[in-house]
Design a protein around this ligand. Structure first.
Ligand SMILES: [Mn+2]
Length: 210
């Protein structure tokens, strides 16, 4: 699965595939236009794999789509309720706008990070603080979204645990997010799990990044 596009000046791409031998993936990547130049990105990893994992992730995806304008902590609770009779999922949410901050919130093992170009090359600027838990099964009591500064050209990278992200700082920022996600899926997906990676950045007033 490969999708990409623009919402305003925000360039995004998602690439994913099921565990080899499986028909459906339990990983989902959502790109939800919330209006006013703001995009809600979500990456979901239904527990385990196969149809039951996909069912959990689909329910969370639906509730996110229908309530996209709600605050991140509210969205997490809505996902929790929607997946109450499923096996649950890891959920990471990132609210990205054309301003200078990303707000994000993660429960379970979906990694989100912001990569920035520095004088010595690409570096990890920030990583979401993941709260332990399984949305739909055991939600942490304290859901506190965090906020991280971003600059035009910085890359938001979100991935399920089917992707090895140690090599993320070797990404070539001059490439499109479609190429970046496709290459990460090809080179860094584990053959023991579903895998999905989402990348986004806003390209600034000049329209060019990297
Ligand atoms: Mn997984």
């Amino acid at each position: 699965m490969h999708e990409d596009g623009f919402i305003g000046r925000i360039e995004w791409a998602v690439a994913g595939r099921a565990l080899p031998g499986q028909q459906v993936s339990g990983d989902r990547g959502l790109v939800l236009d919330t209006g006013g130049g703001t995009v809600l990105f979500a990456v979901l990893d239904g527990l385990g794999h196969g149809a039951a994992a996909a069912d959990a992730a689909d329910r969370a995806a639906r509730v996110l789509s229908e309530n996209r304008a709600e605050p991140l902590d509210v969205l997490m609770v809505l996902c929790h309720r929607a997946m109450a009779d499923t096996r649950g999922a890891a959920v990471s949410l990132a609210l990205f706008d054309e301003g200078d901050r990303v707000r994000w919130l993660g429960v379970g093992n979906v990694e989100s990070q912001v990569l920035t170009a520095g004088p010595a090359g690409l570096k990890v600027h920030a990583t979401v603080l993941l709260t332990a838990g399984i949305v739909g099964y055991r939600l942490p009591a304290n859901l506190q979204p965090q906020s991280v500064a971003v600059r035009p050209g910085d890359l938001l990278l979100m991935s399920t645990d089917g992707i090895v992200t140690e090599s993320a700082t070797r990404i070539d920022l001059s490439k499109s997010t479609a190429d970046i996600t496709a290459e990460m899926l090809t080179r860094h997906a584990k053959d023991t799990d579903d895998a999905l990676v989402l990348a986004a950045r806003h390209r600034g007033a000049g329209g060019a990044a990297g």
